[in-house]
Ligand binder design. Structure first.
Ligand code: ATP
Length: 419
């Protein structure tokens, strides 16, 4: 089947409503009408987010001996953003509709017809709008006190290149991984957790010899595809798209995006960028520190090139949610929602369900619950019919349900496990 014939598993409204109903994601500050571009992760959402981060960290740091992790501060010296090019070029072109006052990203408009009011030819000339969020450090709110909330975690890695290299004594090629919050003052935050103003990023800067960089760029793309496959993402809904020359970021000589068939259509899930030696060279120039690597084989100092796989945790969660979503009709003709999440990603691993709320069953069921909880996120549910409780677990992707019945307590101590 071609990409064009494939359909998303569901629409965004259905996912938003499931996420709210079951406590995955809530609108930020909802009781005050919400804040655009900010979302809160509820009890199930935070588990899923943690599972995604753990799965990424495990594959990219724990299981590799050529990648180490760091956790840099969100606030950085303002010179970082001057050197990285973000102050001057991290901007999107913005236009306003003179008729309805709607505001849009010019590069996302396909014609001169306003998507909100339908009027033609009402857009202002595009103005460049810097996406970095600014704040002030200390009591005086002037230019000298201005700092930025980082728009990517990458720069925390580049400025620590020397620290990490000397303390770990890693030889090229090696990578530094980081998971952390990033902020972008997006012109049009929308599509639920797909495009937000505050998000968590998972990024690796993989440093290598210039002559190995093209090969390693390819290898990282393959590695990242294997990661998605390992956690059950359907491969026909994931595709790689190389950036055109005019799309490339200011730092990149080549970038490919993994795109996923989200409920809104194909959209970027992860970028795998070839950043060349741009960042280390810029920071060396602006800080006056030599950010080089001594290549023992050649007996010379070189500036490593960098490959960067980078994705947002929320966007990744949206892909896993959409990918695992299915609606089925049961024997009674009722609709049942099932999330077929990989067990490592599922928020709850086991549900303990006594056949009914009965004083004979409860002690055994509670004892099993207490024992399982030490190892996995476990839920105990004895409210309503057993069929309903199974459906509740199906809807949140719980891989295992343990049912305790009278036979368990009266005869064999055996439980029924449903996968
Ligand atoms: P776009 O062109 O869609 O604005 P980008 O190309 O600027 O995105 P990158 O800088 O490559 O995005 O960011 C790497 C990854 O971080 C993206 O693939 C995405 O998963 C995530 N990401 C970036 N911006 C956002 C955002 N505003 N909300 C949620 N996730 C984001």
């Amino acid at each position: 089947m071609s990409d064009e014939e494939l359909q998303p598993t569901t629409d965004m409204e259905t996912l938003v409503s499931l996420c709210k109903r079951r406590g995955f994601v809530f609108q930020s500050s909802e009781i005050y009408g919400g804040l655009q571009g900010a979302w809160d992760y509820g009890p199930l959402g935070v588990e899923m987010v943690n599972n995604i981060k753990r799965a990424w960290w495990r594959a990219n740091v724990q299981e590799r001996d050529d990648v180490v992790g760091i956790d840099a501060a969100i606030l950085m010296h303002p010179m970082v953003w001057k050197a990285s090019g973000h102050v001057d070029t991290f901007s999107d072109p913005m236009v306003d509709c003179r008729n309805c006052k709607g505001r849009f990203r010019a590069d996302e408009l396909s014609s001169d017809v306003c998507p909100t009011c339908g009027q033609k030819g009402q857009f202002t000339e595009p103005r460049m709008f810097n996406l970095m969020l600014r704040t002030f450090l200390g009591p005086v709110q002037d230019e000298a006190a201005t700092v930025y909330l980082r728009p990517e975690t990458a720069q925390g890695i580049f400025v620590n290149f020397e620290n990490v290299q000397t303390t770990t004594r890693k030889k090229l090629p090696f990578g530094i991984a980081q998971i952390g919050k990033a902020f972008r003052n997006e012109i049009t935050p929308r599509n639920f957790i797909f495009r937000v103003r505050e998000f968590e990023a998972m990024e690796i800067e993989y440093f290598c010899r210039p002559e190995d960089s093209l090969r390693l760029h390819q290898e990282w793309m393959e590695e990242r595809r294997r990661w998605y496959a390992r956690f059950g993402l359907r491969m026909d809904r994931l595709r790689l798209r190389a950036h055109r020359q005019d799309e490339l970021s200011h730092y990149s000589s080549a970038t490919s995006d993994f795109e996923y068939l989200f409920p809104i259509g194909w959209g970027e899930l992860e970028g795998v960028a070839h950043r060349g030696d741009f960042d280390l060279t810029q920071h060396a120039k602006h800080s006056g520190k030599a950010l080089t690597y001594f290549d023992e084989e050649r007996g010379e100092h070189i500036v490593p090139h960098v490959i960067e796989p980078a994705l947002g945790v929320g966007r990744c969660m949206l892909a896993f949610l959409a990918d695992s979503y299915a609606e089925e009709i049961d024997e009674k003709g009722e609709k049942r929602v099932v999330l077929r999440l990989h067990p490592a990603i599922a928020p709850i691993k086991v549900a303990v369900l006594p056949l009914s709320r009965n004083e004979k069953l409860s002690p055994t069921a509670r004892d099993i619950y207490a024992r399982l909880r030490k190892h996995w996120m476990t839920q105990y549910d004895d409210a309503q019919s057993i069929g309903r409780r199974y459906r509740r677990q199906d809807e949140i992707g719980t891989p295992l349900c343990v049912t305790v019945d009278f036979q368990t307590v009266e005869e064999d101590q055996a439980v029924t496990i449903r996968e």
